[in-house]
Design a protein around this ligand. Structure first.
Ligand SMILES: [Zn+2]
Length: 184
């Protein structure tokens, strides 16, 4: 943990020392686009989509799902900050394909420690107690990758607070090639 903290602070010192004209960036995204994508550590939207600071809103959560909170951010992104082009990007080998709501609820009911996965699926190795609070959360897991992209694009497009003039495109990012493939 402290090794990470030292590395973060050292990297930040370097970054801020060379901050340059980024101090002049405006709050509204210069390229007027927003990307909703997964938190997966292998995905770097700035790199895979060629974004610089100030260019775009990037909204991330587990799966890149169009949750209520993701939609809250997208609505703010357009209504107050002017983005008018949105992309939903899910990806191959997503962790959200490896479990279901009942599996997650059962795991968390048993223990809050990190679980492990093998050919038989997820299991607890840590000790309890757990919590039944997991029953109250929709975990937004993914059973079919292309369909999850379509579902999220549809949910965003049909949301009553979303301006119908905003194009919403869906993509799958391939973790083996770094390539984006459109989902229609
Ligand atoms: Zn993912």
């Amino acid at each position: 943990m402290s090794d990470n903290l030292d590395r973060i602070l050292a990297a930040n010192a370097d970054y801020s020392a060379d901050f340059g004209d980024k101090s002049e960036l405006a709050m509204p995204p210069a390229r007027k686009l927003a990307i909703l994508t997964c938190m997966d550590a292998r995905l770097d939207p700035a790199k895979f989509a060629g974004l610089e600071e100030g260019d775009a809103h990037v909204i991330r959560n587990a799966g890149g799902r169009a949750s209520d909170d993701a939609i809250r951010s997208l609505v703010i992104s357009h209504k107050l900050l002017g983005t008018n082009e949105w992309y939903v990007v899910h990806h191959t080998d997503c962790g959200m394909e490896t479990f279901t709501d009942p599996i997650m609820r059962d795991l968390l009911a048993g223990s809050l420690e990190t679980a492990t996965i093998d050919e038989n699926g997820w299991r607890n190795e840590g000790s309890g107690p757990g919590s039944k609070e997991a029953d109250q959360i929709a975990w937004l897991t993914i059973a079919d990758l292309a369909q999850s992209v379509r579902d999220d694009v549809d949910r965003i497009k049909s949301h009553p607070l979303v301006n119908k003039s905003i194009p919403v495109r869906g993509y799958i990012y391939d973790c083996k090639s770094g390539r984006l493939e459109e989902v229609n």
